[in-house]
Design a protein. Structure first.
Length: 329
């Protein structure tokens, strides 16, 4: 069995090659199914947004002997029957309760009910209110941040690589990452919070970094291509992706392992919701980003360039010369 070093060397020299470009039709079909499926998930299972986006009331009960979430739900329902309630355990001795918007009188009554069921003083129960206008501001700023990020990404890549087609391929890869990641959130009922949005922007940056490294190798291979290389444009792109494959895998593993550790510690041990939200989005997005770069962005760039007249003519000459060499051998 080959070691990783041997595999990496074989991939770099072309002795071993995975058909990222050659089987791109299959990869595009899979990507389309994933994106369409992710986009349709919210129709059947709505995306869960945190209180920062939707607005509402929040109560935190500290110093509880037993953080039983059922007690919190029953306490809220006893005051406001039918109120939507979300209960989260924070560490070993605290409970957070998020509800619909409540009046001052209901807030005081719920505070008293929570203190009673958990056997703590009312001073141990803190309450806060987030209005819907604040949630709208958060949503608007998040969308603006995403739009600015994508616009800057397009311009910077176009300037750096001196071709808009790399920018298009990279942006489609980023959108692919974002849609699939949000779809995964919806499928598993993960809540999207401002911290998760920060995580989304972070993994888009990671995806951009990974794509840029692969594209830089593609540019190097295709720029060096001449008639003497004997490779078509698609073959040069595929070689570049294979040459950077081990690096992409290692980078993904190195990024996912500590993020997964933070997620595990934050969620199960510390109960730190903000830490959990941001690490979850980065953990999921990092894995999706690696897939998107290899199976979507790079093959798509090859497809866009192969339709150019000069590249078609050059590929035709290389294939004709290759066939002639075979017939005369």
């Amino acid at each position: 069995m080959r070691s990783m070093n041997e595999l990496g060397n074989d991939l770099y020299t072309g002795k071993t090659s995975f058909p990222f470009v050659g089987r791109r039709r299959l990869w595009f079909i899979i990507a389309a199914v994933l994106v369409i499926g992710a986009a349709l998930v919210p129709v059947f299972r709505p995306v869960q947004f945190s209180i920062e986006f939707t607005g509402g009331s929040q109560f935190t009960v500290n110093d509880v002997a037993s953080p039983d979430q059922t007690l919190a739900t029953e306490a809220v329902q006893s005051v406001v029957p039918g109120a939507a309630t979300k209960v989260t355990t924070i560490g070993d001795d605290a409970v957070r309760v998020q509800t619909d918007q409540m009046t001052d009188a209901d807030t005081r009554a719920v505070t008293a009910a929570l203190a009673e069921v958990y056997g703590v003083d009312q001073d141990s129960v803190s309450s806060s209110f987030i209005g819907p206008s604040w949630g709208q501001d958060v949503t608007r700023q998040s969308l603006w941040g995403l739009a600015i990020f994508l616009a800057l990404t397009f311009m910077i890549l176009a300037i750096y690589f001196r071709t808009w087609k790399m920018s298009v391929a990279a942006i489609i890869g980023l959108v692919d990452v974002l849609v699939i990641t949000v779809g995964i959130y919806a499928v598993f009922g993960f809540e999207i919070s401002p911290a998760a949005v920060i995580g989304f922007l972070t993994i888009l940056s990671y995806s951009l970094y990974d794509t840029t490294v692969v594209f830089d190798k593609i540019r190097e291979n295709t720029h060096e291509d001449g008639e003497k290389s004997g490779r078509t444009f698609g073959e040069s792109v595929n070689l570049a992706v294979n040459q950077t494959l081990i690096r992409s895998i290692n980078t993904t593993v190195v990024a996912a392992l500590p993020t997964g550790a933070i997620l595990f510690i934050g969620a199960l041990w510390l109960g730190a919701q903000t830490l959990t939200d941001i690490s979850l989005s980065i953990f999921v997005g990092t894995i999706v980003a690696a897939y998107s770069t290899l199976f979507v962005a790079a093959p798509l760039f090859s497809l866009l360039r192969e339709n150019e007249a000069d590249i078609q003519a050059r590929d035709a000459r290389i294939l004709a010369a290759r066939e002639k060499a075979l017939t005369t051998a």
